[in-house]
Structure formats: C-alpha cells, structure tokens
Design a protein. Structure first.
Length: 323
C-alpha cells in the first residue's frame, strides 16, 4: 500500500521524500523501490529530522487519530487512509488540530471517483432515472470465518462495519446529502469468535445500521460473515420511479414505465478516476483549489459507524450531532 500511494503521488507531480516503518525489511524494500528516499523507524524521528510537507498514514485504524494529531501539531499536512478514525471524538480532535496548525487534513477516499458511483451520481442525481431517492440499502458479505489479521479485531479495526462499510457509506452520502438525524445499530457476536485468534475481541459476525435523514429518506448498512444468501450488488437505491442496483462491475436499473411494466437495463460502469484524489490534493496545496475530501466530509460516515456501534451496545437509537 505504501508503494501504491507513493507512486500515485509521483504521478500527480509530488516528490517522495521519506518512509517511516517499524519493520526494517520494509524499509529496505522502500530503498529499492525509491532510491535515495529517507527512512525512519518512527514518526517522531521523521518529524524531527525530515523536511517532509505531507504525511500519508496507512497504519491500522486505531492508530490514525494519535499519529495524525502528532503530525498535524508538527505543522505537516496529513492524508489518512480510510476510515479517518474510529470515533467521532477522534475525528473532532483531528479537525481541531488541523485548524489550529493551519494545515490540511484529508482522507484517502479514492473510491469517491469509482466508475460505479460516478455513473450512479450522473444517472440518479442529475438525470433522475429512478425519480426521487426514497432509501438506499448497502450490503456486503457472505458466510465464512473471517481471516486472522488486524482488520478482524474490533479494538484495532473498529468492528465489522468499518472496513467496507466506510466505502459504502461514502458512496451513499454522495447520493443523499441531507443532514443525518439519528442512527440505530444492531449486531451479532459469538458465532466465529472462538475460532479466531482474537476470541472475544473478534469483529461482530454481522453489523447492521439504520440511518434516518432530515429529508425523510433512510439508509441501511449490513456487513456480514453469516449471510448465506448474498444480496445483489453493493447498493440498492430505491426511488419513486424505479430501483438502481450498483456494484463494481455492471450496474442495473429497474424502471417502472407509464404502463406499469418494468424495464430492466444492465450496463457496464465507466472506468474509475482515482488519480483525481492526489491531483486534487496537489491543486489544493499548490494552487489553493477547493479540497474535495475535506475532514468534515470524512466525518459523516465515521459518525454513522460510531453511532451504530454504540447504539448496538446500548440497545437504543442515538441522535446525530452536526452531521
């Protein structure tokens, strides 16, 4: 992932300066991939010795907030892998640190420019092919024991909803832009826990969230490792005139005609344009252009995920705050 980020930044005209890594073998690999690059064993050492302007964090989720705040307080711009953090409180602290230091904070939401969502925004928001959006159902998963790595630890990752859930929510919030009013969360835990290295700290078997918007629209998110009947697509968007099923490859629309018959259309999505992420960061820092993925934008899916996890624990719906 580090190699991928640095190459994308190079393609946008940026100069890779330094790499920080706790694994010495990866530092050696970085020297081979990027001859002459500075290498450091800690963020503290890099901030003290390097003149690097922009720091990109690709560490586990629970380290994002403390590392980002350390870099922001040192006056460095920060791009953080998604999810930006685990809790709303962490994101608020990161935003405050960026504002105090007068530097940029952004999340690497490269999927903001996936072909599937670019096409969905064009057809649904601009061309109104399914009328007005009533609800969005986001789903991903299947049946099977999760792998034994850090993304399946709730303490480290935030839980089952965070990994792909943040992508599906970021897609959805491009389609529903009304304020969030409340979130209800549900979860099941214990089926796979004993079979994982994390035991009680393992991710939930399934996480589910219901999001209500001020506009009267609603959204559901389900990420599951116990769903033996997988749903079609990633997002199913229901409107007043039809339904749109969005996935990474093909998209499908079901549109009700005037004669009450349903017209079904399947078509390929256009290519993604993820290169636009770092091009926008470059233009923001160098030319002062508006930043597309602001920390306030990134806060919205994190607030939903945070509320969903807390709601599931408390067994009640929670109100949204400034979302």
């Amino acid at each position: 992932m580090g190699r991928s980020h640095l190459n994308q930044m190079k393609a946008a005209g940026m100069s890779p300066i330094a790499v920080t890594e706790v694994d010495p073998t990866r530092l050696e690999a970085a020297k081979v991939d990027f001859p002459g690059i500075e290498t450091y064993k800690s963020v503290t050492e890099m901030l003290k010795k390097s003149s690097v302007d922009l720091v990109v964090l690709i560490t586990p989720h629970n380290t994002h907030a403390p590392l980002a705040i350390q870099c922001l307080k040192a006056g460095r711009h920060v791009v953080c892998e998604k999810p930006l953090a685990i809790t709303t409180e962490e994101v608020n602290a990161m935003i405050a640190a960026a504002k105090k230091s007068g530097v940029m904070l952004s999340t690497y939401h490269n999927r903001h420019w996936d072909g599937c969502i670019l096409e969905a925004v064009k057809l649904i928001k601009k061309e109104k092919v399914i009328g007005d959006i009533v609800r969005i159902e986001c789903h991903m998963g299947g049946y099977g024991k999760p792998g034994d790595w850090w993304r399946t630890s709730r303490r480290i990752s935030g839980g089952i909803l965070y990994d792909w859930g943040v992508h599906l929510l970021e897609y959805s919030l491009q389609l529903i832009d009304a304020p969030i009013t409340e979130v209800s969360g549900f979860s099941h835990h214990g089926h796979w826990a004993a079979h994982t290295i994390w035991k009680d700290d393992s991710n939930e078997d399934e996480g589910f969230a219901v999001v209500r918007f001020k506009s009267g629209q609603w959204l559901t998110l389900c990420i599951s490792n116990i769903d033996s009947k997988q749903k079609e697509g990633w997002l199913e968007i229901t409107g007043t005139k039809g339904t749109y099923v969005m996935e990474g490859g093909d998209a499908k629309t079901f549109v009700h005609g005037a004669d009450r018959r349903i017209t079904t259309t399947r078509f390929p999505n256009p290519p993604g344009q993820e290169h636009r992420y770092y091009e926008n960061v470059r233009d923001h820092l160098v030319k002062g252009k508006a930043l597309v993925i602001t920390p306030e934008w990134s806060r919205r899916p994190i607030h939903i995920l945070d509320l969903a996890v807390r709601s599931a624990k408390l067994g009640k719906t929670l109100p949204a705050r400034h979302a």
